[in-house]
Structures are given as C-alpha cells and as structure tokens.
Ligand binder design. Sequence first.
Ligand SMILES: [Mn+2]
Length: 347
Amino acid sequence: MGELRIFHTADWHLGKTIDGSGRTPDHERFFEDFFALAQSRRPDVLLMAGDIFHRPEPDEAAEALWRAFLERLVASSIRHTVIAPGNHDSYEALARPADLLAAARATVSDITPESEAVVLREADGSPFLGVAAVPFLAESDVGTPDGRLSVEERCARFEAGVRARYAEVRRRILEACRGHRPPTVAMGHLFVPGCQFRPRGRPDADRNPLRNVPADAFGDAWDYVALGHIHHGQPVTASLPMRYSGAPLMLSFNHQHYRHRIIELVFDGAGGLSVEELPVPQRRMFLTLEGTLPDVRTMMAEVGRRHDAPYVRVRLAEPLTEAVSEQLEAAAREAGVVLCVTEPAAV
Ligand SMILES: [Mn+2]
C-alpha cells in the first residue's frame, strides 16, 4: 500500500456569532485557506471530529456555509470524508445535504456502532483505512442512566460504556476488513482529563464529571486518535498518538492565545506515521485593549492599521460615562475596528 495522507480537524462552529453578527465572511475566508492547504498537501481523506455547526438546528446562513463547503469538497482532490457529530451538532443538520455528501463521498455517522464503523476502500474494494467515527457520547448513549446510583458509580459505568463502544466499533471494522490490516483511526468528541481547555499550563477536567473520558478508554490498538471538543489544539499524553486539532478559527476573545491548526497525518505505507501541525492564518483577530481612554484610542488606531477589522474588547481604566462611551465608539469607527465589549479594567 502506498502513502496515505489525512487531514484531521474539528470545532468549526458554523453559525456562531460575535456581538450579534455572524461570522460568515470569516468562515468563507477560512474555506479559501482550507482548500489552498488541501491543494498544496493533497490529502486523500478528511476527518471532522465534531462541532461543525454551532447549533443542532443551524440557521440559514450556517446551512448555506455547510453546502458551500461541501460543493468545494466535491471539486477537491480529497477522496473521502468522515464526519462524527459533536455535542453542538445534530446528525440531521449535518446529513441534510445528502446529494452533496454522496458526491463528495462523505459519511456522517449517527449514534450507532454500525454507522460508526467506517471502512474506506480502494476502487478494487480493498480497505485502506478503518475509522471509528464515534460522535459525542452522552450517558444515555452507552447505557440506561440509573438515578439511584452515585455520581462515582455513574461515571464508572459511563467510562466502561465508552470503552466497550470503541472496542465494539473496532471489532466491526476488523471484521469488515476480512483479514486486511489497514491503518485504523479512532475519532472522538469528548474531554480527556489532564488536557487544557486554555493555554495556561495547568491540566483541567470537565466540570461535569460525566463528560470526562480517560485516554486509555480508546484501547491500545489504534494508529491515531483524532479528537474534537477542546478548542485549544494540543497533543494528548497517552500510549497512542492522540491529538485535539483545535478550532481552526478564533471563535471568541478567550481564543487569543490558542493554537489554531489543521493536523496532517501521513501513513507511509510501511507502518510509519508522521504527524504535522499546519497553521491556519487568522484573518480576523480578537484583541483586548486595556488602559485609559487616550491609551485605548491610540491602540485602536494601531490595531486598525495592522489588522483587517479586528474584533476588539476594551478594558477601560476609568469610569465609563456616556461621553466616554461615545468617544470610544467614534474612535472604533475611525480606526476600522469592531468594538464588541467595553468593561472595567482589571484592578
Ligand atoms: Mn464540543
């Protein structure tokens, strides 16, 4: 078997708004960057690990973005795409453009082990990649919740259920491969404790204990684990190569120091895997400006020159009177920045 090149991404959040206005132009520019990367790197397969949409019932603009992306995917050199819904997605919304998905050879998994066991095949029918396209799993997806149990017992059952799910999907993939042993990748949309929500050097866990899944729950046989859910891209400390791709686009002021990447995997055909992070240009910045009114006006002019209509949060070191607020808004218009938030400076 020859070389196999894969893009791993997640957390696009099509339809997310900032300050009441949509991000459609930003997502359109991201699509330009995505397909420029695809054209230069020529991946065979695209894996999307959840939260493609921001809402289970996306608005018209978000649905139009999804269709526009799929249209370009059809025309691209990417041969197969596997999409696993996240907690923000619904299977229904992702699967709605059925004609385009079929034309792009893209599959969306529903929450059943049958649909999660995906085997990609060459034209002659031989399998070249097995993918466990497991969507975001809630407690009720892996068992019947029992209200009489303690939180610890529910967590233990949930973890055992997730573990059993990946084992079952793997069994189905191997069965469908009938003696061939192509590379296998597990996808997941969940929080692995010890990872970091934010780039601040401290391990986190999800506040909801029923949303944490330890890294060893995937089993030890996959060649790679492609994760979504944490927006700050990072490798996971585990016995398998395992990563969060991160959101490719800055989505909020919290994202100012996140890693925004597309992950590229290359299976060399001889058992070797190399992983590379491909940076995604951030065409629209989120910036926090802090200081007095004159300081902030100077900074606004500066960032307005350097960036294309950046989203700006102001932390003002003086009382926010109506007159000050008007001056800030005028300065923002003049500088060509989008003033989203004004709040008191940290003391
Ligand atoms: Mn998520």
